[in-house]
Write a protein that binds this ligand. Sequence first.
Ligand code: SF4
Length: 286
Amino acid sequence: MSESQRPDSLSPSRASDFMQCPLLYRFRVIDRLPEKPSEAATRGTLVHAVLERLFDDPATDRTAVRARSMVPAQWDRLLQERPELGELFAEDAQGERLARWLSEAERLVERWFSLEDPTRLEPAERELFVETELDSGLRLRGVIDRVDVAPTGEVRLVDYKTGKAPRPEYSEGALFQMKFYALVIWRLKRVLPRRLQLVYLGSGEVLTYDPAPGDLERMERKLLALWEAIGRATRTGDWRPRPTKLCGWCDHQSFCPEFGGTPPVYPLSVSPAASAEDGQGRMGPV
Ligand code: SF4
């Protein structure tokens, strides 16, 4: 048993995993089962890399032509850093699929210029790793794509999405990640971000939200409740599968009881008294 397998902090993606399916969270965080790279996720990484590095150039050089031209070089760099990504196109002998995939990445990069003007932006931070510990001891962490700070000191947090914007009734779910980051910045720097901005390159839309303190306090309570539930499952080993249509994207169906599979042996010790302890207000999976 390795202590490193115990959850010790929460990020927006892992929190979303648990909300989607507790067993998926276990597979990713505790069992650390490997996952195959996907074309969509890798394209997202590639597009993010281009949008981040474009700001290394002087403002006047940040053109769509320049950004498009960066795509192949950034793909080469990603391949060098993570050679396993080459598997994605291992059976593409003619290179046609790779060419289509790269041109889709170029299209997404180009669409950004219809949504924002990088010649007029000077981000305060790019790909900013943030981490903070709440009074309860819960550690929150994540990476914010871009932080803009206005001359007035107002802060805007920006995240790029290569997919399409959600329908309005699902925008709350989309904002979860941004409110999470806003809470981290608020607690860490004592600054309430003025605006949260999601830039959807897939559909060419921008979703914004101006958070109030009450929003972030609600988010904190929600995360604490989530962390308690994760702690309970960690201690008891009771990680329920929650099948949804998203199972189609899950790499772990062969280990999932919903699909006739058996999970690996639970690698952590299980506490039979765990459920009694949970009512005592103890936070986190310790
Ligand atoms: S297949 Fe579905 S239910 Fe099973 S672990 Fe994956 S997401 Fe959860």
